[in-house]
Design a protein around this ligand. Structure first.
Ligand SMILES: NC(=O)c1ccc[n+]([C@@H]2O[C@H](COP(=O)([O-])OP(=O)(O)OC[C@H]3O[C@@H](n4cnc5c(N)ncnc54)[C@H](O)[C@@H]3O)[C@@H](O)[C@H]2O)c1
Length: 367
């Protein structure tokens, strides 16, 4: 029998989820969003079968509810689920980037028909909205599930995996606390720091107008994540502030330590500090989609002459290699090569590097 799935929030994540569910037979997908344009576009594209004008009126018909709203409205909907009159089982899951608030609200639910399984697909984009949604968004990405501890959790987890079986996501199960601690370290805190670095540069530009031209290379790389959707990140910072506040304290202490090294001329300690960071960073697994979107880049040294870029592109195009992005880096410091080419996967990255090397180009693969 056909099952009915409601996707509430048809933005980047919800739209991509709906596209994946539609790859399976036997599911009717109903979309709900406060933005009418997104709903109509999704309907016209066949990503949803029906538009819901009111989420709660539609719920008694549903078997599964995906909450792909920002975190604060997700928590509000979970709170209101308590009072919905249901006559059949409803599996509810969410996609929020922070789990503690969502799971605490879900633990309050005593509606006997509802099973709640938290979720977080760890793949995204700096773009938002339905127009940025794509069916392959979760390919090779980790999808964390945080089941509430009740008897139906196994069934709920299996159902979500089945609904998203075409997504090629890699599911793992974590406790909400583990999830929030780890994402704070490797995603939320780096985002906070990247944002502050951009502010620092912005302030220095007042006295150094050329600064934005120098910032075209490495600075752009380490602050790339600061270009993501601001309301989403405001939501994440506040939802995970219990993890972030002590980390900020540690960071401030760490910066004070570095400041002392420089003030006191402690060259050996500084070298040790920089070396230890390099060793740890080099040992991190590469080529996986993680909390911070992965890029598969190569750096190609080219002569500064007309037609040089065209030649490289032609070699790759002839071999039918798909390029995701191409950028000319203005600054060479610390990096060989001025042409950065990004690929959708490690396979294309390696193939391109080998191909260009065989044509005598100097190519560096980013580690
Ligand atoms: N963007 C990412 O990189 C990313 C990655 C993983 C998880 N998430 C999580 O996914 C969720 C959605 O993020 P997104 O990036 O898809 O955002 P988005 O802005 O692309 O989509 C959110 C959608 O929700 C709708 N919406 C917002 N408030 C609403 C409300 N009160 N009622 C009805 N509709 C409402 C918006 O109109 C929009 O279509 C968030 O909880 C976020 O934490 C985001």
């Amino acid at each position: 029998m056909e099952k009915t799935v409601i996707v509430a929030g048809l933005g980047l994540i919800g739209g991509s989820i709906a596209m994946n569910i539609k790859k399976n037979d036997g599911f009717k997908v109903i979309g709900y969003d406060e933005d009418r344009q997104s709903l109509e576009l999704a309907y016209r594209q066949g990503v949803i079968d029906e538009i819901a004008s009111d989420l709660f009126d539609m719920l008694p018909r549903a078997d599964v509810l995906f909450l792909a709203l920002p975190i604060a409205p997700t928590i509000k909907v979970i709170e209101e689920l308590q009072n919905v009159a249901l006559h059949k089982n409803l599996l509810v899951t969410d996609v929020s980037s922070v789990k503690n608030g969502v799971m605490a609200e879900a633990a309050e639910l005593s509606n006997e028909y509802i099973t709640f399984v938290g979720g977080h697909p760890m793949s995204g984009s700096h773009k938002n909205g339905f127009t940025a949604a794509k069916p392959h968004l979760f390919e090779n990405a980790i999808y964390v599930l945080t089941p509430a501890s009740d008897n139906n959790e196994g069934e709920g987890v299996a159902c979500i995996k089945q609904l998203l079986s075409e997504s090629k996501a890699r599911f793992i199960t974590l406790s909400p606390k583990e999830h929030d601690e780890m994402t704070a370290v490797i995603s939320h805190f780096p985002h906070l720091i990247a944002t502050s670095l951009v502010h620092q540069a912005r302030k220095w530009e007042d006295t150094h107008p050329e600064l934005r031209n120098l910032a075209a290379g490495g600075f752009r790389d380490i602050t790339r994540i600061a270009s993501s959707n601001p309301p989403l990140w405001q939501d994440i910072f506040f939802q995970n502030k219990h993890q972030l506040l002590p980390m900020l304290e540690d960071w401030i202490e760490e910066m004070s330590q570095l400041k002392r090294y420089l003030e006191m001329g402690s060259k050996e300690e500084t070298l040790k500090y920089v070396t230890e960071a390099k060793v740890y960073r080099d040992g991190l697994p590469v080529k996986e989609k993680g909390a911070i979107p992965a890029f598969y880049d190569i750096f190609v040294d080219i002569y500064d002459q007309p037609g040089a870029i065209h030649k490289v592109i032609e070699i790759l195009a002839t071999a039918d290699i798909n390029i995701k992005n191409i950028e000319i880096l203005e600054i060479r410091e610390g990096i060989t090569g001025v042409l950065r080419i990004s690929f959708p996967s490690g396979r294309e990255q390696e193939e391109s590097a080998n191909l260009l090397r065989s044509k005598n180009y100097e190519v560096v693969i980013e580690q």
